[in-house]
Unconditional design. Structure first.
Length: 404
């Protein structure tokens, strides 16, 4: 199978993906979830004309003459009401949030009022409607205020509460089974043998899944034994995982067994080998309803491929607008030369800063080996070098993906 472009690979990966189902957790458990349906207000807010300040409910026309005394006929606090109707020459002590009584058309704030017993003197005239929040100022019953696909943060949850929703329809979190493979790997915290290394990819991928709104299901590390790999794959199938992500073992070496094992389990191969660097041996397919992504074993390759492929896949499953890495491609000025590129699209780890004029500048790291996680952690961005791109000189603008 020849190398395919990133655009072609993404199209094949996403074309038949459907959003996950809907569930209705309590409002307090809906944070950072994705709204599955439009949500409309069940009430008008405020439901009545309310005072915006502490002061006195008055008729605006009565405040024009500063020496004229108004008679205070009572008071009303938030959560209560005044049954009567305000007449000319009368005022009502009122507090923030209380319903404006019938007959009143303005609020004289207490700072601009002088009171002597039941007599009230206006030190500043008010206009009609002053400091009154009319009914429906914020929103009206039936108005759609939260749209499907919206992430639910603290502002959205506050609004939903004001709309009188105790729960919200959200997308079920996609379950992503994560399986590392290789005799050379041991879990973090264990003592590796003389020919082994610490497996780190599964930790980063699991956290990436959580950041994208999914739930990671850890399948551990399978040794290079077909029956062990198959047993872990069956766990993902039995758990009805939405996605299986394998780490390593998807290439063509004698010890790369993932593709053969998945094929024996019935996987339909969608594509394999992408014209990109790092990450060429990426594989995608489906095991029944479960999507399969076989990411490269090199740590940087797996994480970059997660940004470019797993992120958009989870976007679509959650009903969000699909965008590569959930971030915008932007431009920055090079501070170092870059050579011409070959047939693969490069993603170069780079620093990001600003020049004296405040313009974005970027410098690619001199080393780009796909095993070097420390450099990826230091990187602020990935410079994108299209296939067959000509050499780029210092001062030219290049496309990049911000990582911070």
């Amino acid at each position: 199978m020849s190398l395919i472009s990133i655009e072609d690979a993404l199209d094949r990966l996403l074309r038949d993906v459907k959003p996950t189902g809907t569930e209705h957790p309590p409002l307090l458990e809906s944070g950072e979830r994705i709204l599955a349906e439009d949500v409309a207000a069940t009430r008008t807010q405020p439901p009545f004309s309310a005072s915006a300040m502490d002061g006195y409910a008055v008729k605006a026309a009565d405040t024009v003459e500063p020496e004229a005394a108004l008679r205070v006929i009572g008071e009303v606090a938030a959560g209560h009401n005044f049954d009567g109707t305000l007449q000319a020459g009368e005022a009502l002590r009122i507090f923030t949030g209380a319903p404006v009584p019938a007959g009143a058309d303005a609020i004289l704030i207490q700072e601009n009022a002088r009171r002597d017993g039941d007599n009230l003197f206006c030190e500043e005239a008010v206009s009609v409607g002053k400091f009154i929040r009319p009914a429906g100022l914020d929103f009206k019953e039936g108005q759609v205020l939260l749209k499907a696909g919206a992430p639910l943060g603290f502002r959205e949850l506050s609004l939903a509460g004001a709309m009188n929703h105790a729960s919200l329809p959200v997308r079920k979190k996609p379950v992503v089974a994560v399986l590392a493979n290789g005799d050379e790997l041991v879990e973090p915290g264990q003592v590796p043998g003389p020919n082994q290394i610490i497996a780190s990819n599964q930790v980063g991928i699991a956290e990436f899944v959580k950041n994208c709104g999914g739930t990671p299901m850890m399948l551990g590390i399978a040794p290079d034994q077909p029956e062990e790999i198959a047993a872990r794959v069956k766990q993902a199938i039995q758990a009805k995982a939405d996605v299986l992500v394998t780490l390593g073992g998807a290439s063509v070496g004698d010890h790369d067994l993932i593709q053969d094992v998945l094929g024996a389990e019935g996987m339909e191969l969608g594509f394999w080998r992408i014209a990109m660097r790092p990450g060429k041996p990426l594989m995608a397919g489906a095991l029944g309803p479960m999507k399969v992504l076989g990411l490269p074993g090199n740590p940087v390759s797996s994480l970059v491929c997660a940004l470019l492929f797993l992120g958009p896949l989870l976007d679509k499953m959650l009903g969000r607008t699909v965008s590569v890495t959930n971030q915008s491609v932007t431009k920055a000025t090079l501070t170092a030369d870059l050579p011409a590129n070959d047939i693969r699209q490069d993603y170069l780890r780079a620093s990001l800063g600003t020049d004296e004029a405040g313009n974005l500048i970027t410098e690619p790291f001199s080393k780009q080996d796909s095993s070097m996680l420390a450099l990826l952690t230091k990187a602020d961005a990935l410079i994108i070098r299209p296939p067959h791109a000509s050499a780029a000189k210092t001062g030219e603008k290049v496309d990049l993906l911000k990582l911070r």
